[in-house]
Design a protein around this ligand. Structure first.
Ligand SMILES: Nc1ncnc2c1ncn2[C@@H]1O[C@H](COP(=O)(O)OP(=O)(O)OP(=O)(O)O)[C@@H](O)[C@H]1O
Length: 581
């Protein structure tokens, strides 16, 4: 654990200083208690001897004053250190998250990241405040008390020593069980966080299906699971917790019984018996608090593991001497194979797209179309083969340079809850008004803006909820124009769009292709896009099944011709089914 913590805090200066401060406090506490012995011996004589007690009383008062001052310094320092450590750790996590491949950000991983940055980083930083100081007190005070007791009565000191291993074994068992329960509980909590994100995103679908208030079956299952694990964990940790408390209590009773016996047999003075009783309380009480700290320790241990899991997730590899300029926008796949872990999503895929052309990717669901676009934007690195942009392997290209020239238009575009202008400016913050207007015209976004109540200053709502799917895609295409991206990867909306949006998006794609320096790759679902593409690549089971111009492929009567006919059929069905105006 200490080794792991050292890896998380490579410069633990503040922690070491704080630890030393609490060590001094704990030893001082034991020594101050030890001073009770000469004081009581002097004062509890038949003839109380104040003169003999005075030096000890003065030393005790000075010690107590030093203790008070150190304690006043230690507490705020501990909390400040804790906050600073949490902030450091959170920065480190966020810095690392920014270097992870985009493909890592799945729903589950996003939930893990959010819990780790908020809860786990806070737990680990508790080391400096709520965990570290009581843990030092809970172990060092009993140790000091044992040493002091040896000077008073070795027999009771031995009894204290005998209690320690039994208490340690009981504590270890309780610790193992608490850790297991905490780990299970955290897994269940992360599952809930993931399901909550999913439920939030799926609200429209759920409400349409009449499940708006009851949530999803997966969410309900996750909540039930959490409750079951919580109950199970409580039941399991009850027995070892009680065992430990029993050991501590039996220890206290044993000290009382033995002390009384020594007192009656005349081998222990009354003054020493009183002092020993106080020492016994200060020996057993901190041990008692250790079991409470155990929960914190294991939560912290699990938190350290979670923080490490994210910090040690391999970042996107950087080439030692990356190419910092993209010569042109030629895209080339050479014998590319990629797998998400199971069956390859792409196998031996090769093709080339030249600047100034539009390539339509077609194929059945799961055939690998999205994976092709992800590999171009380097969400992941290929398992074998190579993806080249401008003649350079994307792994050798500076990632920022690559991303600054690539625009991705997803099927479901996410917009920030701000004005439409701000949403567009993300692509190029210092764009002039003319540039903004030109991009909007090219993407036919100007028509949408003209309709909005506050024009460019209209807020689009959380995720862009005020706009339709097709309108959001038009914002995203406008971003590509504004950014002057030479590579545009576009996933056409799969669901039916209204005729206006459909026409606008087809025209926007055609406008994108006008630039002779730009390469456009469209995951195409519409016959209009398929018909106007310069080139078509049909994928099937992760392999290129056909490639050629649309007319060539329609003539061959293969996969593309079949899909084209299906799309045409679906389109005529939509038109036929549309209500008469
Ligand atoms: N993040 C992921 N983790 C694991 N497997 C994945 C992931 N993304 C895709 N796959 C799998 O890889 C294969 C190719 O998926 P891909 O999304 O590229 O296909 P697609 O042709 O774009 O499908 P669709 O048209 O349905 O979007 C599928 O078998 C899919 O299940």
């Amino acid at each position: 654990m200490i080794r792991h913590l050292y890896r998380l805090y490579p410069h633990p200066g503040v922690l070491v200083r704080m630890g030393l401060l609490h060590l001094v406090l704990a030893i001082l506490q034991g020594v101050l208690l030890g001073m009770l012995v000469p004081i009581l011996r002097a004062l509890l004589r038949p003839e109380p001897d104040l003169a003999a007690a005075t030096p000890w009383l003065v030393a005790g008062a000075v010690g107590a004053a030093v203790y008070g001052v150190l304690k006043m310094i230690a507490t705020p320092v501990g909390f400040a250190a804790s906050m600073s450590l949490a902030a450091q750790l959170r920065h480190r996590l966020m810095r690392h998250a920014a270097t992870l491949p985009l493909g890592w950000f799945t729903g589950g991983n996003k939930a893990k990241l959010s819990r780790t940055v908020t809860t786990s980083a806070g737990n680990v930083a508790q080391l400096a405040s709520t965990f570290g100081p009581p843990a030092i007190t809970g172990t060092v005070v009993p140790a000091t008390v044992v040493v002091v007791t040896f000077f008073v009565d070795w027999r009771l000191a031995l009894l204290f020593l005998a209690i320690l291993p039994v208490a340690f074994l009981a504590l270890r068992r309780a610790g193992r069980i608490t850790a297991e329960a905490d780990r299970e509980l955290d897994e269940a909590a992360t599952e809930i966080a993931g399901r909550a994100i999913e439920m939030g995103q799926a609200q429209p679908v759920l409400r349409a299906a009449g499940h708006g208030t009851t949530g999803t079956a997966r969410m309900r299952h996750a909540l039930d699971e959490h409750r079951t694990r919580y109950r199970k964990g409580l039941r399991r940790s009850l027995v070892p917790d009680l065992t430990y408390t029993a050991v501590v209590m039996v220890g206290f009773v044993a000290v009382m019984v033995l002390g009384a016996q020594f007192l009656l047999s005349g081998t222990l003075q009354v003054a020493d018996a009183v002092a020993l009783l106080v020492l016994a309380v200060r020996f057993l009480e901190p041990l008692g608090t250790l079991t409470e700290l155990l929960g914190t320790l294991h939560a912290m241990d699990n938190s350290v593991t979670r923080v490490e899991n994210i910090l040690y997730t391999p970042a996107l590899k950087h080439h030692p001497k990356p190419v910092r300029e993209l010569k042109d926008a030629t895209i080339e796949f050479s014998d590319v194979t990629y797998s998400y872990g199971g069956t390859p999503a792409l196998s031996g895929v090769s093709f080339r797209c030249r600047p100034g052309t539009t390539t339509a990717l077609v194929g059945p669901s799961g055939s690998g179309k999205t994976t092709v676009t992800r590999l171009i934007a380097r969400f992941f690195d290929v398992d074998s083969g190579s993806v080249r942009v401008g003649g350079v392997d994307v792994r050798e290209l500076d990632h920022q340079v690559l991303l600054s020239d690539v625009a991705i238009v997803f099927q479901d575009v996410y917009l920030f809850d701000t004005t439409i202008e701000e949403n567009l400016r993300i692509a190029q913050p210092d764009a002039t008004h003319e540039e903004l207007m030109a991009a909007a015209r090219a993407a036919r976004l100007n028509e949408v803006v003209a309709r909005l109540p506050q024009g460019w200053q209209t807020k689009v709502g959380e995720g862009g909820a005020q706009l339709s799917g097709g309108e959001r895609q038009r914002v995203s295409i406008a971003r590509a124009f504004l950014k002057k991206a030479r590579v545009v990867l576009l996933d056409e909306a799969g669901s039916a769009l209204d005729p206006e949006n459909e026409g606008a998006i087809s025209e926007a794609i055609a406008n994108l292709s006008q630039d002779p320096n730009r390469t456009v790759i469209v995951i195409a679902h519409r016959p209009a896009t398929l018909a106007t593409a310069d080139h078509v690549i049909a994928l099937d089971g992760g392999r290129v099944s056909e490639a050629g111009t649309p007319s060539e492929l329609r003539a061959t009567g293969g996969t593309f011709a079949r899909l084209y006919n299906q799309y045409e059929h679906a389109r005529s069905w939509h038109i036929g089914a549309a209500p008469a105006p």
